[in-house]
Design a protein around this ligand. Structure first.
Ligand code: G
Ligand code: G
Ligand code: MN
Ligand code: NA
Length: 253
């Protein structure tokens, strides 16, 4: 069976689920957001992570349906928290095809209205892997930005986007790929790279989120390099179902 058929069946049978990974500010350990991460539920109940099927979904043209399903589910799961905590944001992974499709903006506007979600609390994560023309992508991003949505550049440092485009795109933050976090374990190399990305973020006036933070040592180095840095990774929390997220990170009253 082709990936397209497998994914279409999973959509038809509602076999997609969404987990949430916490993002905290390192300086005071406050929760600032969560990233929604889709999983495919296999017939035996096993959860298949997105890196195993999103590339196939992008290639076979079903990724836009998957993204919409994730948006609906994530707004339903996280709507109450988003309303209760206006400083909390929900990060959603999108493909450049989603952003280039004019209907997606209308879809998002409908869903945010229906759930009482503020677009400013929605961060759209776009990877540098996109092969779309950067001019076209930038223009499309500007429309989303005008309606209040935030953009984060995901997996920063692993793609081939030119820095001049990053500067022109309406982005509110950069996510440093976990490859660079791992490089911190050899501080002489890793800290230099991360410091340079921090300087870039400061110059562009965008926020910085470091992915794949697994150890206290890495967190300490990061907090020393850049006080405003946010972190995501196993040290803070694994991707988890919404029920566990709510128990682990109760809304402050
Ligand atoms: O959860 P994790 O292994 O396994 O995610 C791997 C990658 O899959 C993420 O970095 C992200 O780029 C992508 N991804 C996760 N969830 C989604 C989603 O809902 N839509 C899209 N387009 N990509 C996703
Ligand atoms: O969008 P992105 O590529 O960041 O997707 C996050 C992926 O990375 C998910 O598959 C998640 O399970 C994984 N992940 C999250 N935190 C960590 C971590 O601290 N270490 C490692 N190795 N993987 C992580
Ligand atoms: Mn991501
Ligand atoms: Na990433």
């Amino acid at each position: 069976r082709s990936w397209r058929q497998k994914l279409q069946r999973a959509l038809d049978n509602n076999r997609l689920t969404v987990h949430y990974q916490p993002i905290i500010r390192l300086s005071d350990s406050t929760l600032c957001g969560a990233e929604a991460l889709v999983r495919l539920v296999d017939f035996d109940g096993t959860l298949i992570p997105p890196d195993q099927f999103i590339p196939a979904a992008e290639a076979s043209g079903v990724v836009e349906q998957i993204t919409r399903r994730v948006v609906k589910r994530a707004f339903s799961d996280m709507g109450p928290r988003l309303s209760a905590d206006r400083d909390f944001y929900l990060s959603i992974n999108v493909s450049s095809d989603d952003i280039l499709n004019r209907d997606f903006l209308g879809f998002l506007d409908n869903e945010t209205k229906a759930r009482g979600v503020s677009p400013g609390q929605v961060a759209l994560e776009l990877t540098e892997r996109s092969t779309a023309s950067p001019e076209r992508l930038t223009r499309a991003m500007e429309e989303f930005s005008r309606n209040g949505y935030q953009f984060l550049i995901d997996d920063f440092g692993t793609g081939y986007s030119s820095l001049s485009y990053i500067a022109r795109m309406p982005i509110s933050g950069i996510k440093i790929d976990r490859m660079f976090t791992q490089a911190l374990d050899q501080p002489s190399v890793g800290a230099v790279i991360v410091s340079k990305v921090c300087e870039l973020a400061a110059a562009l006036k965008v926020t910085l989120i470091c992915e794949g933070v697994e150890t206290k040592a890495q967190a300490t180095i990061l907090a020393n390099i850049y006080p405003d840095i946010c972190a995501q990774g196993f040290l803070i929390g694994r991707p988890m179902p919404v029920e566990r997220f709510s128990r682990t990170f109760p809304v402050a009253s």
